[in-house]
Each structure stands twice: as structure tokens, then as C-alpha cells.
Design a binder for this molecule. Sequence first.
Ligand code: NZQ
Ligand code: ZN
Length: 405
Amino acid sequence: MNDFVFCSPTKFVFGRDAIDQTGAELAAAGFGKVLLVYGQGSVVRSGLLDRVKATLDAAGVSYAEAGGARPNPDVSWVREAIEKARTEQVDGVLAIGGGSVIDAAKATAFGVPYQGDVWDFFVKKQPIEACLPIAVVLTIPAAGSEASSSCVISCDAENRKLGTNGDIFRPKLAIMDPRVTFTLPTYQTAAGVTDMIAHICERYFSGVGAVPVTDNIATGLIVALMEAAPRVLEQPDDYDARATIMWAGTLAHNDIAGCGRSLVPTARAGGWESHALEHELSAHHPEITHGAGLAVVMPAWMRYVWKSDPQRFLDFASDVFGIEPVEEEFCPRDEAIEDAVTAAIDELQAFFRSLGMPATLADFGLSPADIDPLLETLKASKGEPFGAFQKLTMEDARAIYLSMF
Ligand code: NZQ
Ligand code: ZN
């Protein structure tokens, strides 16, 4: 097990009564006036926004509003929210939504005290030294942003989608009531589960070898998700299955599933290759849902790189799917390993498809001619080569993208 630093400072209030505690928890945490950040209407339609406001009123927490953050949020929206937060002199930000809303809220929170343009933090990766406190009411389990050190923002004008990382903007408080996820469209539920599994796999396949305590958390989370996901597709108000998915999404990305795997103790574990490849897809095509993109990208990446460390993939095949290489005299060992690894990747992809996720880039209406522009921005974002499990050149990336048709 490698050395690590694990920082998860978020207070989680989880369960059926969680929403009602929002105002009191914010007041107790010292929030006096918050900017309410939300998306494109689901929290208005469900009545959740009004419920949250009522708890704020009751607790004496005042607020201003910034609604309309879109999926794969654009930096132009963040700039406007920063202006609003300054004008209204809020002392904190409350996100009511999923990864897009939370990331828009995070960027607003560290954009307010900064004199320059908030996009600087994404392109120049300069350290974020000040940030308003952030709280979250989570409405879709997926990105894990309610506890993660990441913030991902798009810039449509440049066809870029970039992330920045820092413990300084991990939320102080996350209010999590699985019942608010009953209204999620099937596609978003499925994309969320896919994203969680990707967050776990990015860390698991990070080329460090076995770390049993962390590996068991990782594969245990995947097994729990694979059991719960079909249940909520069948019955959207299955509370226990929704709760399993919601909490798994947090643990998939608060770094507990990567402890001891990082080569640099203070860095997040993982090479994040599938995320790098997906982020270019949703940067150039903002209509692509991040998790749906990953359902196509991750199996293709796995098929391309598994030979760099077959044992790692055999461990995954065994612990997640119970697949072992056949031990028979007439089957050469190499062939048995390849069969087992391929069977595990096939199973994973079949699971994503069973949830209604796409399997090819053509399912998004893309053609091979769309690949070159992705490589240009990928190189600018990640450099060349990039990744950890296997270093990838742009030619590798091209081959992986082309294998997705
Ligand atoms: O905008 P509204 O109307 O609220 O609708 C949203 C949106 O259309 C809808 N929705 C959310 N909660 C709902 C609901 N509909 C009905 N009932 C509810 N309870 O769901 C749609 C998707 O929401 P979004 O926030 O975009 O989903 P997700 O949580 O998957 O976030 C995706 C974003 O997070 C980034 C992605 O790249 C993408 O931009 N990521 C952020 C990460 C992080 N900060 O740690 C890590 C991830 O790897 C990811 O990159
Ligand atoms: Zn993700």
C-alpha cells in the first residue's frame, strides 16, 4: 500500500428527513446568506426548491438565486453567477442539483474572491487560494461532486471542457435524501451509475498492483451498484436501491476507493484516461451526457490497454464477475487469460447496455470524421503521452476512439 493523504471534510446528512434539516445545518455551519444555484427546472417542477427555501426561512438563512445551470455547465454561466454572488454579498453557495450544478456552484465559490477571470483556474491550473464555503442538496447520484475535490467546467467558445482539483472546494455539507431521486429519468439514473463505476475503475486500474483493503471497497461498491441499478429501473421508488446508489456515488469519488493506490501521496489515485477521452466528447458535443459517454469509452479503453497489466484485469474479473481463467491442459495460459479478461469487459459493457446506455459513438450520431478535432483539444488538455495504466499517445487515442464505432 502506498502512502496517502485522505481528506473528506464533508458532513453528510443522509436519509428520509435530510431535506428538512437543510436550513438548520447551514445555520449551524455558519452560513448567513447563500447563493442558491440550481439547474434547468427539475427542482422547480418537483417542488424541492420551495421546500429548501422554507427550511432556510425557518432557520434565518437568507438567499439570492442563480438558476439555469445546464448539464456540462458553460463558463459564461459561471461568470454571471459570480457577479450575482458579489452584488448580493453572499457568504456561501448552496447547490441544489447534480454534478453540473455543484460544479457550477464550486466555480462560482472560488471565482468570487478572485480578481481575474475564473477560467484562469482551468487553463492555467493556478492554485485556488480562497473559496466561499459550499453546501449541496444532491438530486442526482452520479458525478460524486458532493464530496469530490474536482470541478469540471466547459467553455463552448473554445470547445474545451476542463477540470481543476483542490480540497479547498470540497463541500462542507451534503444533504442527501434518496427520495428526491425517484423523479430521475431512466437515462440519467443509468448514466449516473455508469459514471460511478468509471470513477471506481479509474482508480482501480491505476497500475499500482493490489491494495486489498481499497480493492475490496472498490469492487464491493461495483457489485452493490450492479445489484441495485436494475431494481430502480424496474421500480423507480425502490428506496433501498436508490439509497444504495446515492451513497455508492459518493464513495466512488470521495477518494476512499483510491487510498494507497496513488504514486504520489498527495495526488488523487488513477490515470483518468477514460475521463480524459470522454471529456473531449462532451466538450465538443455538450448534448452528450458524461456517463453515457463513459459507457462507450471505458470498455474500449479497457480492451486497448489490458495487456499492460493482465493480473489487474484478472483480479477485476474474479472479484466483480466471478470469472476465472480456465485451467485446462489443452488451453494455453495466455489464451485463457485473454478469454477471461475479454469476458469480464464484455460483461461490463453488457451491463451498461442493459441499463439503456449506448455502445458505440455512432449511437451519438458521430462518425469517424469527428475524431480529429477531439485529438487536438485532448492533446492541449492532457499533453502527450497521458495516462498511468498505459501511457497513451494521440495515435493510441485515435485508435481507441475509432474502435468505438
Ligand atoms: O437541470 P435540471 O432541470 O435540474 O435537470 C437535470 C439534468 O438535466 C436532471 N436532474 C437532476 N436531478 C434530477 C433531475 N431530473 C429529475 N429529477 C431529479 N432529481 O438530470 C440531468 C443531468 O444533471 P447533471 O447535473 O448534468 O448530472 P451529473 O450529476 O451526471 O453531472 C454531470 C456533470 O458533472 C461532471 C461531468 O463532466 C458533467 O459536467 N463531472 C463532475 C465531477 C466532479 N465534480 O467530481 C466528476 C465527474 O467525473 C464528472 O466529470
Ligand atoms: Zn465521471
